[in-house]
Design a protein around this ligand. Sequence first.
Ligand code: ZN
Length: 324
Amino acid sequence: MRASYAVGLDVGGTRIAAGLVERKGRIVREMRRATPKGGPFGVVDAIIECIAEVSSSVHPSEIAGIGIGLPAQIDFGHQTVEFCTNLPLGGVDMRGLVMSRVKHSVTIDNDGHAAALGEYRAGAAKGARDFVMVTIGTGVGGGLFVGGQIHRGHRGLGGEFGHMVVDLEGPECPCGGTGHLEAFVARPAIIRVAKEAAATFRGSSILRRAGDDPDSITAEIVIEAANAGDEAAAEIMGNVGHVLGEALVGVVNVLNPQLLVIGGGIGETCPLIIERVSQAVAGGALAGRRDVRVVPAQLGNDAGVVGAAALAFDEYESREGMHR
Ligand SMILES: [Zn+2]
């Protein structure tokens, strides 16, 4: 009998989401909890608790496996964590630690890849064989699908769209590079520019929405203001879309995808970003490639959970020698 469920986990720097997921991507049971501070063992304990809770109502033989998306650079072939900036997991054998405490097989991947896989199985990219997903939140990540398969690259480290150079003399990126996309469009960049704008444009509602405290300005506040028609906020978010769009013109020219999916907490809540990316690609991509559609992600926070579960199903299928 084929197992009907997989457990998917999306481990973030501040929060862990877990779900019991059906083969077609429907989440039947879900939970969230804070990511423990401190070392990797606390994170592993939390992961084990989440798995136990979401899978408590089904027999272990009904579960294909466990998939975990981590905010880290993962060597997918070796299933090892190479680097991790937000959590102390670099070099830690996360797969082995979790697997030693559960009866199931465990597969780990980068969270951007998991989100792209989730949107492919059950969201905005369903049926698309060649697409690019870019997630914009605290950082920038994503995944690339070529011919209906996720393309992870030589060691599985691909898909780091945030670290494409968009300005040779641009600001420093958290990775240490210069002028990378992430330094322009991720949450810290939006907040930095919004603080400057709030001090300059007195008519803007940004500061009022933040309770007149510049340190309380969040990217969500800027997006809310932009969506309500605030000019300064719209300029900030429009510029985010513009820079992202110019970066994606290069990606479209190289890869000729049919679809660009814009996700992450920032990407999918701001229609202005989608609009500007569409404009940039329509105006800047080489002829013949401009039919690419630009759409927001559909699954929101669930994409990572659904995609992580898909990893577990895929691993189960190859283990069982079954081909879809
Ligand atoms: Zn970078």
